[in-house]
Design a protein around this ligand. Structure first.
Ligand code: PEP
Length: 254
């Protein structure tokens, strides 16, 4: 059985007090989190320690970083390494979000390095992939995503890839209010799983959680999550509201 995951991506939102309040509100909602479910909250770097402290002792919750640098340490002013995250007991890190690929020009080679650095610190990467609108409308979205996987993921060993979480996030659906249809999302998730199978075998491919991201809300999560190859969601906007995010957590398949 694969893990079912609701992951929040707060991006660069909320000040300190708002961040604290949102975690408290979410914990107060007391969402049901059975053993195979996981709630992950990716907060801005300065809030990692505070957020980790607030969720400590609450089973099913974990805190993630939204990024780490592609070098292990050194004179890289303003950057944060995977070993720094590990030293704070952070166990998850988003890698390759489309906003970072776009605004920070992150390259597939850098993403590969980040993945290796996460694994070296026993941090589970949440690796993001997804096609832009032009490819969805005029190209081959599955082929585009397959290239993203083979460029950054396929240097991984079978042992490493078995520890990974993948998030399929069509860029045209992120923060736009447009979601992929349930059928479009399932088609891509199956293509991703088939591609993983062809490279690493079915035992590993069947064990990797593949999350959908792109305007997931409380009122559409159910329809998306019922698909057999969709193991939960990576949620931006709707994760900034405790009630809404709780509805998404509660929509995870049992
Ligand atoms: C995201 O940032 O990963 C995301 C999916 O955002 P939203 O849910 O707002 O589309």
């Amino acid at each position: 059985m694969r893990k079912k995951i609701a992951a929040a991506n707060w991006k660069m939102h909320l000040n300190w007090d708002e961040a604290k309040e949102l975690i408290k509100q979410l914990l107060d909602q007391n969402p049901a989190i059975p053993p195979l479910h996981q709630v992950i909250i990716a907060v801005p770097f300065p809030y990692l320690g505070m957020a980790a402290q607030l969720i400590s002792g609450r089973s099913g919750f974990a805190i993630a970083a939204q990024n780490c640098y592609h070098k292990s340490s050194g004179a890289y002013t303003g950057e944060v390494s995977s070993s720094m995250l590990a030293s704070m007991a952070i166990r998850y890190c988003i890698i390759g979000h489309s906003e970072r690929r776009k605004y920070q020009q992150e390259t597939p080679a850098q993403l590969s390095e980040k993945l290796q650095l996460c694994f070296s610190q026993a941090i589970t990467p949440i690796f993001c992939c997804g096609e832009p609108l032009t490819i969805r409308e005029n190209g081959d979205p599955c082929d585009y995503v397959r290239s993203q996987l083979s460029d950054s993921l396929f240097p991984l060993t079978p042992e490493q890839i078995a520890q990974l979480i993948i998030a399929y996030e069509p860029i045209w659906a992120i923060g736009t209010g447009k979601t992929a249809s349930s059928a479009q999302a399932q088609e891509m998730h199956l293509a991703i799983r088939n591609y993983l199978t062809s490279t690493y075998g079915s035992v590993i491919a069947e064990a990797i959680p593949i999350l959908y991201g792109g305007s997931v809300k409380g009122n559409n999560a159910d329809a998306i999550f019922t698909n057999p190859d969709i193991d939960g969601g990576l949620v931006g906007g709707a994760s900034l509201n405790a009630v809404e995010f709780t509805a998404i957590i509660n929509a995870l398949p049992q």
